[in-house]
Design a protein around this ligand. Structure first.
Ligand code: SF4
Length: 412
């Protein structure tokens, strides 16, 4: 585990204070308890009968004119996305900010297939420009100081040196806006998809999703199986939950929704919907259903005292290969969704203080899940420890070590 840089830790502490203060003005404790119970129930309604809600979504999205594809794995999801782009001869696309696109490693797949992918979320844009890693699911550029941003923009975009936030911001926005007008394909990681109407929904506080939906000729929407929502009524509850968790706000600044070409009298973009499983069915079978209630709002990250010290980089020794999810929920999800053995130490990075439980707007018992994940992963950890112990003992006995190497060579 590695501490985040001092200014990142300070920024995360400030974010904690600001969201706590703003949250007090939006909800009383009593209201928060009531709202999160309602939101938790809305998520549970879907998980109770996931297969039939997904089937319903498939039918309504198809009736709206979208093409629906199912992907068992991250690799399959990327194969489908790349094939959809090839079908149209497209070699560039815009993408929004969505953890699922990081989970399937879309950027890497695009690079291998020579597809230019541009991130249009302003924070993501800056992170890509500075060649660093997003440090928070909602505030990806929280680790960048004004001086860093100014220097990078001066070097990479030839923007005159300035510490004026508004000038720097307008330069970023003029670049991302230009991208909106030029790209024909957009890849959108969705927040929710409504089973009863087939509405595909993205939430943000800068409008980049609405711009993508309005400008692109072809939308490739990507969602994981649990992101389906039963009805518009549940969607309303969950939009409020997301806004409160992400920005301590009563509602998001932008809610972008799109139905499909049939419902828009042929005026909208062509839509492909890719529904990804990637080990979620297995996680459900293993009894981790509650983890799939998560709406990726980032509230547990900001509330977690460990995360505020280590940020995302602390979850990986290699800053170029950070796991897609972080914070308390990441410590539960990563070992379930990624390759066995990857991220298996993460559930142990917790003090069990329960701050995440109180912050979660969909009422997830994160400490309970973390404890179960530790029990589940303990055999792996003790096996690794035993192997390490044997290895150390062998290194102290050169003759035994030589014999071991010979045996390996012989077996090869
Ligand atoms: S687990 Fe964390 S990220 Fe997920 S909904 Fe709860 S607070 Fe938000």
């Amino acid at each position: 585990m590695m501490l985040a840089e001092r200014h990142t830790r300070q920024a995360l502490e400030r974010l904690r204070e600001q969201t706590r203060e703003a949250g007090r003005h939006v909800r009383s404790e009593e209201t928060h308890e009531r709202e999160r119970r309602l939101a938790g129930e809305a998520r549970q309604r879907v998980l109770d009968d996931l297969a039939s809600h997904l089937q319903k979504l498939e039918q309504s999205a198809t009736a709206n004119g979208a093409r629906v594809h199912r992907a068992e794995t991250a690799q399959e999801a990327n194969r489908i996305i790349i094939a959809l782009m090839r079908e149209r001869g497209a070699f560039e696309a815009l993408r929004n900010r969505a953890p699922l696109l990081d989970e399937i490693a879309l950027d890497e797949a695009a690079a291998v297939n020579r597809i230019a992918l541009t991130r249009v979320h302003p924070g993501d844009f800056l992170v890509a420009l500075s060649e660093t890693t997003p440090q928070h699911p909602i505030w990806p550029a929280i680790h960048l100081r004004l001086a860093d941003v100014s220097e990078t923009m001066q070097a990479r975009l030839r923007v005159p040196a300035t510490f004026d936030v508004h000038i720097l911001d307008s330069h970023v926005r003029s670049r991302t806006r230009a991208a909106f007008f030029s790209a024909k394909t957009a890849i959108l990681g969705l927040q929710f998809a409504v089973a009863e109407s087939g509405a595909l929904v993205c939430l943000d506080n800068d409008g980049h999703n609405a711009n993508l939906m309005a400008q692109a000729e072809h939308l490739i929407c990507v969602m994981s199986i649990e992101q389906v929502v039963t009805s518009s009524a549940d969607l309303h509850i969950l939009i409020k939950a997301y806004a409160f968790g992400a920005w301590a706000a009563p509602m998001p600044a932008y809610t972008a929704q799109i139905l499909g070409p049939t419902r828009m009298e042929g005026r909208g973009p062509d839509i492909d919907l890719v529904i990804v499983d990637n080990n979620r069915t297995r996680a459900l079978a293993e009894g981790f259903e509650e983890a799939l209630r998560c709406i990726q709002c980032g509230a547990c990250h900001t509330a977690c005292p460990v995360f505020r010290q280590i940020a995302i980089s602390g979850y990986s020794p290699d800053p170029r290969r950070v796991p897609p999810y972080s914070g308390p929920i990441g410590a539960v999800l990563n070992p379930l969704l990624l390759r066995p053995g990857v991220a298996s130490e993460q559930p142990f990075l917790s003090t069990d203080c329960g701050a995440c439980n109180k912050a979660c707007p969909v009422d997830i018992d994160l400490t309970g899940l973390l404890q179960r994940q530790r029990v589940r992963l303990a055999p792996n950890i003790s096996r690794e420890r035993t192997l390490l112990w044997l290895w150390r003992r062998m290194l102290k006995r050169p003759r035994l070590f030589t014999r071991f190497l010979r045996a390996i060579a012989h077996l090869r």
